[in-house]
Design a protein around this ligand. Structure first.
Ligand code: MTE
Ligand code: CO
Length: 422
């Protein structure tokens, strides 16, 4: 049985439609008609005419026919645009890497526009030698390239109490995965020399929110990067230009952007973002704290509400993403019948540590209604839980760390809906 939360969701959908959202993404149902004059046996316009020259487009961007593939936000979600979030259009992408211009962005007080000439990173506290690095200083150090997923702890947060938003862009789009170039934080800490009693670091952003989080020293010495490039380009302003912290596998709130200051201490600072926010309120009124790791999760990106099927039946490619903050994805299973039967999906492309992993499942659709689910397993043996299992342990008060299994209902007409199975 499916539980559609109909009235509530219709309301939400109406709200989305007013904001001009979802409409463009969902309008794709039905095959593209096009212009017969450009189709065989005719010779199309673009073959009969000379095209634009080189460098007319000095910075490339996608075809104008892809103009609906953009980051989108949900206007009623937050009080102001400066403290809001835009979502990655996961339904329209493939492979494991997110293009820079489509990475979701989350800011607590807008985008800081930092002049790289004035950029400074302060490193102080329990160190032998406090240091201030310029961007050039950081770029002169030995660097590494690593692909990692970055997922907001609040990703899928609106879905804790039931299915709400009709599209994986909104239910799962607070995640992106890019190739970072940066310096291991360990290198900077070695430069400054850490005192024997050092145990924690404080990371502070240079935006007007001065976002601050405490980070255990052990993680800092393990795999944290001080990154300045994404997919080869300098970080985009939205994502922390010129320097951000990359905390592999851990909640994105700790990935401090426009990184301005690192203080070394012997205990956590208990700032706002690790007390009243980014903690998980349980049924008994207590809150889980310092829940850093993003557990294994997956979502079918196509078919999905914004990526309906245009064919009535027959050969169908199902595709999705899986990731785990504890390491590599070991296996992904797919169900077409709401979790009764599971088949193993095909992982394709690189399976990187703590990065998005692409999976496919090809099947012959008999044209009947299906309940599509995916379930990720990571290399530690951890299995992504159902939403019911998750609620049994965490209750329904949480916002953060919802990694429950998503269900999409595929209708006979190819449309797809966000549902829950009870
Ligand atoms: N860093 C600063 N300085 N200010 C912020 O508002 N938001 C955090 C984190 N780092 C934030 C920040 C949150 S909650 C998230 S989810 C990630 O940045 C988002 O990173 P992105 O914008 O690159 O997607
Ligand atoms: Co966040």
């Amino acid at each position: 049985m499916t539980d559609r939360h109909a009235s509530r969701r219709d309301l939400l959908r109406a709200g989305l439609a007013t904001g001009g959202l979802l409409v463009a993404g969902a309008a794709g149902a039905g095959p593209q008609k096009g212009n017969p004059a450009n189709q065989p046996p005719n010779v199309p316009d673009w073959t009969r005419n000379l095209g634009e020259g080189v460098a007319v487009r000095s910075y490339g961007k996608p075809s104008e026919f892809e103009k609906d593939i953009i980051r989108r936000d949900v206007e009623w979600l937050t009080a102001s645009r400066e403290s809001s979030v835009s979502f990655t259009p996961l339904h329209a992408l493939d492979g494991p890497i997110t293009p820079n211009g489509l990475c979701f962005e989350r800011h607590h007080s807008g985008i800081a526009e930092v002049d790289p000439a004035d950029y400074r990173l302060i490193l102080h506290g329990l160190v032998d030698k406090p240091l201030i690095f310029t961007l050039d200083d950081i770029k002169r150090m030995p660097r590494v390239n690593r692909p990692y997923f970055c997922e907001c702890a609040a990703n899928s947060g609106m879905e804790w109490r039931g299915s709400q938003l009709n599209g994986c862009q909104y239910t799962h789009g607070m995640v992106h995965c890019v190739m970072y170039t940066g310096v291991p934080l360990k290198t900077l800490l070695n430069e400054a020399g850490i005192k024997a009693n050092a145990k924690w670091l404080l990371l502070e952003g240079g935006d007007s929110a001065a976002m601050t989080r405490s980070l255990p020293l052990a993680k800092a010495l393990d795999d944290v990067l001080i990154a300045y490039r994404m997919n080869g380009e300098m970080l985009y302003p939205e994502n922390g230009y010129p320097v951000r912290a990359v905390i592999p596998g851990w909640e994105a709130n700790m990935w401090v952007k426009w990184l301005r200051r690192i203080e070394v201490g012997d205990q956590p600072w208990h700032h706002r973002e690790e007390t009243s926010k980014y903690t998980d309120l349980l049924e008994n009124g207590k809150a889980r704290r310092f829940t850093y790791v993003m557990d294994a999760k997956s979502v079918i990106t196509s078919p999905s509400p914004q990526a309906p099927l245009n064919h009535k039946s027959g050969f169908t490619v199902l595709s999705g993403l899986a990731w785990s903050g504890r390491g590599k994805i070991g296996r992904v299973d797919v169900s077409l019948d709401g979790g009764r039967n599971w088949r193993t999906a095909r992982l394709d492309g690189p399976v990187w540590d703590k990065a998005l992993t692409r999976f496919y499942y090809e099947f012959d659709w008999d044209g009947r209604e299906l309940l599509l689910q995916s379930r990720a397993m990571d290399e530690t043996g951890y299995v992504q839980p159902s939403k019911a299992e998750l609620r049994k342990v965490r209750g329904v008060n949480s916002i953060y760390h919802n990694n429950g299994i998503q269900t999409w209902q595929l209708h006979k007409n190819g449309e797809v809906e966000n549902v829950e199975i009870s």
